[in-house]
Write a protein that binds this ligand. Sequence first.
Ligand code: NFS
Length: 644
Amino acid sequence: VADPVAASMDVATQQMIARAQELGIDTVFDRAVQMKPCNIGTQGICCKNCSMGPCRLPLPKGGIEGEDTRKGLCGATANTIAARNFIRMIAGGASAHSDHGRSVAEVFMSAARKETDAYKIKDTTKLVAVAKELGVSTTVEVDGETRDRDLDEVALEVAKIAMNEWGKPEGELLYLKRAPQPLYEKWSKTGVKPRNIDREIVEIMHRTHMGVDQDYKNLIKQGTRAALADGWGGSMLATDLQDILFGTPYPLQSEANLGVMKEDHVNIVIHGHEPVLSEIIVAVSQRKDILEYAKSKGAKGIQLSGICCTANEILQRHGVPPAGTFLQQELAIITGACDAMVVDIQCIFQNLANVAKCFHTKLITTHPIAKMEQDNVLHIEFDEHHALEDAERIVKLAIDNFQNRGQEVMIPRQKATQIAGFGVESIQYHLGGTFRGTYYTLNDNIINGRIRGIAGVVGCNNARTRHNEAHIQVVKELIKNDVIVLTTGCNGIACAMEGLLTPESAMVYCGPGLREVCETVGIPPVLHLGSCVDNSRILLAATEVVKAGGLGKDICDLPAAGSAPEWMSEKAISIGHYFVASGVYTVFGVTLPTSGAPVFHNYLANELEKLYGGKWDLETDPIKHAQLMIAHIDKKRKELGIDK
Ligand code: NFS
């Protein structure tokens, strides 16, 4: 079994791992000790794309001397195999984000058509802004006079154009033009502008089929196209349409960690990624009749909490606290106080079903594409046309289950306060100029050196590293060196658990320049921008910084860097790659599935920079990891002539 202290830096997590072991329940932490990863797969050079293989081309110890003659049965080189595997990961990640976006677009369409009572266009300001980006006119000429168009009409047209981005037969993605002009030109020149979202993913599957594309440079070119279709397509549309439907987030206060669960309340833990159902669950569980119902069953109220990115979605819009990151999902059930765990898509352990079996917890799957085989799992398929009924049924089920709790309730006490809900719009409000309304103040502070640079630190937990440790060390090292951090995903939750998402943390952890800015403006040194599809907010924030002036003409000119210290999912590879292709120096922790193909790795780490201005790097030591980012930031400051 795992040593709880070695497995996580978080005390609540350590306690719950020990608790699970006491109860004889295995968790991901134990399984990580029992099963070691495949050394060949880790290197990225196992090809199983046809049944003559799997062909395995491990790198000899001590590297390759002379010519690299490794090849599979068909002759595929290590570079070809690693590049194929890498872009298949991009396809997996881009499809996950984009299919999420598509679901949101479908709900958006229903709302625009007024087919559902549960969803309405909530944020009309954002609707108008997005309409402009999609080329939808928001005014009409009537009798020679310009009038505002009916917003229902605008919404419907936005819905149609947005939906079309997934499969339009010709043209290119409309959002590409939101990027700084020089970046757009780089994409044009290299021929990587996505045509539509789905096509680029399909083409990856085709090009990586046995016997098709056998040039790692050409393979990664398609990987770039699909990754851009994610970042500047599926993910960005997901973010925008969610904001219109559910409201653009603005800073709010909440808490984080397992300690947010309450023993005397009905605990519903919402886990997954799409906010379409969880939004309605939030609304239903605040209703008076539902609260009365909960009280009639002996509970003091209903405590919602979240895991993974659904957590981030309902955190940033409603202040619902996350109970934990990706690696804490089993632990939320092991508290014995989880009356229902509701899951939708992505990052959900199948082992949740086995853990739920040991408690009274109802594990409810809700999405047609994500079911579980275990027979204790309930499937309540969610449909936007019956959203209220579905959410009510789920919440009532949890309430009814409150009475079935066993004696084994143990909720750790740890939780931290956080301020979350930042975005492109609110950063502008806090760090923009009063009159200019752009990112003027932020840029000014970067130019005068109070803020040394900007870092986007994002991504998962990985059971192969100590839970949260790299996240926290990387972020602390950055803010100590006056680098302001934008966070999303499980890094955001990890930072919240550690108390880094409060303005007060600036006093404790920041260098003098960043501290001064945080104190003056009243913001945390780490700004939580939401879920992983909201990494698109980071792209747009970077674009706003470019537009505000004084820091170069393109994202790659900025003193900025990206990081995913504990990544594990294919989505992270897609995100990493669209950051690189957007001009960002991006450092990953843990490992990269490229180490068995040094030439291909070198292409990602050095050559891509010549095309897009961004490049990949790998560093497992968190302090060195942060220092690499800082060195890059300093290099950019020097190039900009602001390195005094
Ligand atoms: Ni991102 Fe969100 Fe977390 Fe990783 Fe999973 S929740 S979409 S993939 S594990 S950050």
